[in-house]
Each structure stands twice: as C-alpha cells, then as structure tokens.
Design a protein around this ligand. Structure first.
Ligand code: FES
Ligand SMILES: [Fe+2]
Length: 406
C-alpha cells in the first residue's frame, strides 16, 4: 500500500497499524521526514571538559563524533572518513589531539578540517574534504544535535517556552553522576507511546507509584494534557497548596503544553508527593540544592523538548531521559543523572539512592515495551483504542502522522 493511503487509513485515538512498528521502508521515510525536524538532547557538556575529549553517538544508523575543540567549543562531525568512508573514531570515547582515520591515516583537526592526507594527486585540495558537520547546540550545559542535512530548525524558538522551567535548575553548573543505557527491542514509537502515558503506572510501576502522589499521576502522570478534566479537578487542592508554598519561596510554578500537529512539547512544575522533597525512595534529599534553589520546595520540573528527550528535575538532581531510534525494531532508552558540579560522591550524594526511581522504572518500561512489541508483531494484532488517561499518546500519533504526511 502507498504510504499516503496507509496514513489516511489510521484511526484517530487508536494505535497504529503493524507496519509502522516494524517496516524498514517506513523507518527510511522517518529518517527523511521526522527525525531532522527535531533537536535531540544528547548529553551534558561536562562529559567532555577538556580540548580533545570526545564521545561517539549512535542514532538512526549513524555514528557522530562529539568533540571539544582547541577553541573550547563543542563540535559534532559525522564519523565518516572523506577518503573512502571508513569510520574515523573507533573507541566509544577518549581524548585525542587530532582525529586520525585508522585505514590510511587521513588526519582531521578537532574542528573537522582535513590537515593531512598522504600521497594524494597534485590537484587535491584538503579544504574540500573536511569531516561533514552535524548541527549542534549547547544550552545550559545540555548538548543537542539535529540530523538535518540542510538547514536546522530554529533552536532558540524551540527552547524559548521552556526557559522559565530550566532557569532555576542550574544545569550549566551540573555534572554527570551516572548513566545507564537500556537497549530496547522495539520500534521507537512504542517506546514513546509508553513514556507519554501513565495509564500503565499503577499496574507496571509499583515503586514509581509509591514515590509520587496518586492524584497527580492520574492528572498529570505524563505531563500537561495527559489526564482527564476530572482527574485534574481532583488534584487541584494538592496542586494549589503546593504552588502557594513554592511561590512563597520565590520559585516559579506553571505549565506549558504544545502537543499535536506541528509540535510535541511540554513542561510543568508539580509537587512530587505531600511530604517529599526529592524524587527518591523515601522522599528525602539525595544531593545538594542545584541552581537558584535556596530551599527544597518538594516540586519536580518536567521539560520535554520534544518526544526524544525529557528532563525531570528535583531540586537536588536532574535526570535526562533520551529515547534513541536505531532501526525499525531497535531503540535505546538512556538515562543520565546529574547533580551539582561541586557535589562529592559519598559525601553529598549516593549513586544507588540517586538512580533508584528511574533505574527500577526504566527496567520495567523496557520489559513492558518489549512485551508490547511481541504482541504487535502477531498476525492477530489490530490497532487498539487509547484510554482517557492516554491522551498524550494519542496526540503523539497525531504529531507523528502529520510529519510523515508532509
Ligand atoms: S578511508 Fe580514511 S584514510 Fe582511507
Ligand atoms: Fe513507564
């Protein structure tokens, strides 16, 4: 069936036809039409503090070198030698003074310029064979890339509505305390579908559900616009009480939602649970206050830049959840935990306590997503209806199909 026909036969409020979760042809279309529209949050700049520090990023079948240059700026280059196409960097991370291809030793400066190529013909011009750049931006210490081969979408416009939410948290003065990758055998849309609903929180995440307010999970379990009006009403007294106490401390409260055709972004501040100060097993703090916080307000700030990356920030630590498409049937979920740059492990924070909530929750998510994938691959699968608690997932499908149709 032609893609346009397939798109128009999808039923609003239902999951997608099986092809969307496994077809290589559709994945190729997504590489052209969906992924280049977004700035993907990658990592924190503190991972590569010194000139020559680099790491490799794998995404949609590409390898990208993210490296700090001699000028102090961070650069991203496609990891493809301009001689005969070998990978230039093989080790996952390290420190180099130049990027030398292992095959015939063409050598590139950290900014991607070709600086040495032996025995080439006389008319060969090194300036024509620099590494191909990948769009990169750093904001508040967070590194973003964009995979467009043409012009990248406007970064400042994307991030503008999120600035008041990021402002308090001092991410530019953060460091990485821990990271985990959870390889997930499923199409990226099944991964996102799961992240943007909390219908599964009660049955699948007993720990997460104990850490958070039950009324909040019903109202805003997957961010603004994810619960019903009734659930929002039920949560209102708790929300108002918390907002008043946070505002009394001079802290920002609010929410922003732009989910549907054209955009899928959201941000909000909400209480974790009455009596909890941080998103930890027992609600007690796990590290030192970050950014502008002078006191714990018991709130959590959620910022979804787009479906591919969300920051969840307590007052004393922050988590970046990355969702990484590799192929039609393989994805990664990566979780990066950050604390204050001057916090010391053992004295100010304990990694086990820090990672507990999102480690246990993401392991459970990996399982349920892979079970979902197994069922979706059956000859007996057919698209099913989203519940009233999966409004954001339904909007995610709308967002997705509109880009694919463009
Ligand atoms: S392929 Fe890189 S130097 Fe030949
Ligand atoms: Fe989950």
């Amino acid at each position: 069936m032609h893609l346009d026909q397939l798109i128009s036969k999808q039923r609003p409020g239902f999951t997608l036809d099986q092809e969307f979760y496994c077809s290589d042809t559709i994945f190729e279309e997504e590489i052209q039409k969906v992924f280049p529209n977004h700035w993907m949050p990658l990592d924190h700049a503190s991972r590569i503090p010194n000139a020559g520090d680099y790491f490799l990023v794998s995404i949609v079948g590409e390898s990208i070198i993210v490296v700090r240059g001699k000028d102090g700026d961070i650069h991203a280059h496609y990891n493809v030698c301009r001689h005969r196409g070998s990978k230039v960097c093989i080790e996952q991370e390290g420190n180099v003074s130049r990027l030398t291809c292992p095959y015939h030793a063409w050598t590139y400066a950290l900014d991607g310029k070709l600086v040495a190529a032996r025995l080439m013909h006389e008319d060969f011009k090194k300036e024509d064979y620099g590494l191909k750049p990948c769009h990169l931006r750093v904001h508040d210490g967070l590194i973003f890339i964009n995979l467009s081969s043409g012009e990248a979408p406007d970064f400042d416009e994307m991030v503008a509505p999120l600035l008041p939410f990021l402002d308090m948290h001092g991410l530019d003065k953060a460091k990485i305390a821990h990271r985990e990758v959870y390889p997930t055998d499923a199409n990226w849309k099944l991964v996102l579908d799961n992240f943007f609903e909390c219908y599964h929180c009660a049955p699948s995440h007993p720990e997460y559900s104990r850490v958070h307010s039950a009324a909040k999970l019903m109202a805003f379990g997957a961010g603004p616009d994810s619960g019903t009006e009734g659930a929002m009403k039920d949560f209102e007294p708790e929300m108002k009480e918390w907002q008043a106490s946070a505002q009394a401390l001079g802290h920002f409260t609010g929410s922003h939602a732009a989910r549907g055709v054209g955009s899928f972004q959201g941000a909000m501040r909400a209480p974790i649970k009455r009596g909890s100060l941080s998103e930890t097993k027992d609600g007690t703090p796990v590290s030192t206050l970050m950014g502008k916080f002078k006191d714990f307000d018991g709130g959590q700030t959620a910022v979804s830049f787009n479906p591919f990356g969300t920051m969840l920030m307590s007052n004393d630590f922050a988590v970046l959840l990355r969702f990484i498409p590799h192929s039609a049937t393989k994805s990664d979920m990566e979780v990066i935990w950050m604390v204050n740059a001057d916090a010391e492990e053992g004295r100010d924070y304990d990694v086990e306590k820090l990672i507990w909530v999102w480690d246990v929750t993401t392991k459970q998510d990996k399982d349920i997503i892979e079970w979902n994938r197994a069922g979706v691959m059956s000859r007996h699968y057919e698209p099913g209806p989203y519940s009233t608690q999966e409004a954001a997932s339904a909007k995610l499908i709308e967002w997705y199909l509109s880009q694919l149709a463009a």
